[in-house]
Design a protein around this ligand. Structure first.
Ligand code: HAM
Length: 561
């Protein structure tokens, strides 16, 4: 066989081998579910975290903890105290504060009805979604039973105060009874009577939909509204003003998940409520924020600021009217979202990232030219105060923010390594929000940091913490040594060392192997010799050096390192 032939044959053999391996892997895959099924009698479902949510795991969680600890420390030095509001609130709280037309409220909230009486929501859906209750006698009587059960549930629920005794529910109850009576008296025999029955069904559907079946609740999409609610609920206006509060925790928005954007995400935020609206308050809050980012080691931060004035004809309202006028002139050139926003919220058009809209947006009127004198002076003073504090910023006239409650100062911070979702923090002034929620006239300003994005940016900047290993792995051998090992673990942990005490006895070689896999610095070897001699063996796993030490000497040695 020539060299070439040999080469060809070798290649063929190689391919055959690869194909055999592929076929075997495929066969294995096909057999796997059968095997699993035959073992357990049923296939086991594998669960996964819900889309847009994720597990935060070690070693990343160490970085999360460090960031949160830094927030506690820095915010504390500026006189802030921590508030922990609940994770869900009445839907109306968010709808009213954030605004019905905002993306957050109109599309992104996780809302649910907290059923006062279990089963009532199901009955309501059955009544309102029944395909055609008049299709035959069987369907008809089943439908009558369903409506009657719903009415009884509503009556009892209201009686026991498990369902709201609201005017809406009283009216719905009366309507449902009346329409059910009428429906019972119809027959399906003639077309005319069937039409009457269908009219009654329609009226029943309408009344059933209007029943208030419980509280409408929402997983918080942000925490500013909750903090304002708490300020009012706990009469915090009686405390020395302003009240400075910070929070951290999970928020929920039903957004399309992507890098830096999750459905369950975490914010670290701070709010200042009450007191004056002195520009120094805005500036100090921003200074605190930048100090925090600095202490975290966040790189490439850029602070943008703007003022969106206040809601008056000679200020923002006048500007918005002018902006709408200009936008209407170029409506055809805008995308669908911006076209809709001309009516609902023209300011948000300035936020648009659509490439085709950019040349148009730069020609639009700017809010800075339409601020009233007071807002203009406030904005100038905020900038002056930031200069005094050495906080670098740049002005961005397009920074309007996506929530309705803002007025005057708005700001955003971007950081490196985040791709398109590069806003790591957003905030602004919201005088009037507390009043809108039923409290006294109160000034307010705050921010929220997207913690997921902050962590991502820190990691991209090489700040990941090394996997946390152990200081001491206790390799114990024999039951005699086990009791001593327990005592040693307790003593070392009390002294602050990270200790791994294996739950079962391991052979010496296996124990050392496990110790190094866990990244342990030392192995403490405890066998019969150590127990009898009263001296323990400490092995340095980096250089394999061993020494014998009494219990006391060992502790002292480790503490000195
Ligand atoms: P926001 O701009 O909606 O403001 O959110 C603040 C920050 O939260 C954003 O800059 C971003 O870093 C992060 N964030 C928002 N949505 C997501 C998401 N789906 N996934 C990951 N991170 C996200 C507020 O929430 C206001 N409450 C801030 C505030 C406080 N204004 C005054 N006080």
């Amino acid at each position: 066989m020539s060299d070439r032939d040999q080469e060809k044959a070798a290649k063929r053999a190689q391919w055959e081998e690869i194909n055999r391996a592929k076929a075997a892997a495929k066969q294995k895959e096909q057999n796997a579910p059968e095997k699993a099924e035959s073992r357990s009698g049923a296939a086991h479902k594998q669960f996964q975290a819900i889309r847009g949510t994720r597990d935060l795991l070690p070693p990343d969680t160490a970085l999360w903890n460090r960031v949160e600890q830094t927030a506690h420390e820095i915010f504390g030095t500026y006189g802030f105290g921590e508030i922990r509001p609940p994770i869900f609130e009445q839907t109306e709280l968010f709808a009213r504060s954030i605004g019905l037309e905002t993306d957050v409220v109109s599309k992104e909230m996780f809302s649910f009805v907290d059923q006062g009486v279990p089963g009532m929501v199901r009955l309501m859906y059955m009544i309102t979604e029944w395909p055609d209750p008049t299709s035959d006698a069987e369907q008809f009587s089943a439908y009558l039973r369903c409506v009657s059960d719903f009415i009884v549930g509503l009556e009892k629920g209201m009686e026991r105060e498990e369902l709201p005794r609201s005017p809406a529910n009283r009216q719905a109850l009366e309507d449902l009874r009346r329409h059910l009576d009428a429906l019972t008296q119809t027959s399906l025999k003639h077309d005319q009577s069937k039409r009457l029955a269908l009219d009654c069904v329609q009226a029943i559907c309408l009344a059933a939909r209007l029943v208030e079946l419980g509280d409408y609740l929402t997983l918080r999409p942000e925490a500013t509204a909750s903090v304002c609610r708490a300020y009012i609920e706990h009469n915090m206006q009686q405390l020395p003003q302003p009240v400075k509060l910070y929070y951290m925790g999970a928020m929920f928005r039903r957004e399309r998940p992507q890098k830096g954007r999750h459905r369950q995400f975490y914010q670290i935020g701070a709010e200042i409520l009450g007191g004056p609206d002195a520009p120094a308050i805005d500036a100090e809050l921003i200074e605190m924020l930048m100090t925090f980012f600095d202490k975290c080691g966040l790189q490439g931060t850029e602070l943008s600021i703007n003022s969106i004035g206040h809601a008056a004809d000679n200020c923002r309202r006048g500007y918005v009217a002018k902006l709408r006028e200009e936008l209407l002139k170029v409506k055809d050139k805008l995308g669908a979202d911006s076209q809709r926003r001309i009516e609902t919220n023209p300011l948000r058009v300035l936020d648009s990232k659509l490439e085709q809209e950019q040349p148009i947006i730069v020609t639009l009127p700017r809010i800075a030219d339409h601020l009233c004198d007071d807002c203009k002076a406030h904005y100038a003073a905020v900038k002056h105060d930031l200069d005094l504090r050495g906080v670098a910023y740049h002005e961005n006239w397009r920074l309007v923010r996506g929530l309705d409650y803002y007025m005057r100062t708005t700001f955003e911070i971007t950081a490196r390594g985040l791709g398109s979702q590069n806003a790591v923090c957003g905030g602004g002034r919201y005088d009037g929000l507390v009043e809108l929620l039923g409290g006294p006239p109160t000034k307010g300003i705050g921010f929220a940091i997207g913690e997921d994005r902050l962590i991502l940016s820190l990691q991209e900047g090489g700040q990941a913490l090394a996997a946390q290993g152990r200081d001491v792995f206790i390799a114990w051998m024999g039951q005699n040594a086990y009791a001593t090992a327990i005592r040693a673990a307790k003593t070392l942990r009390n002294a602050g060392f990270r200790v791994e005490l294996p739950a079962t006895e391991l052979k010496f070689g296996k124990a050392l192997e496990r110790a190094s896999k866990l990244g342990s610095r030392f192995a403490l070897i405890l066998g019969d010799n150590e127990i009898q001699g009263g001296e323990w063996t400490l092995k340095n796993l980096a250089n394999a050096e061993q020494q014998k030490l009494t219990e006391q000497a060992l502790l002292e040695y480790l503490l000195k390192l």
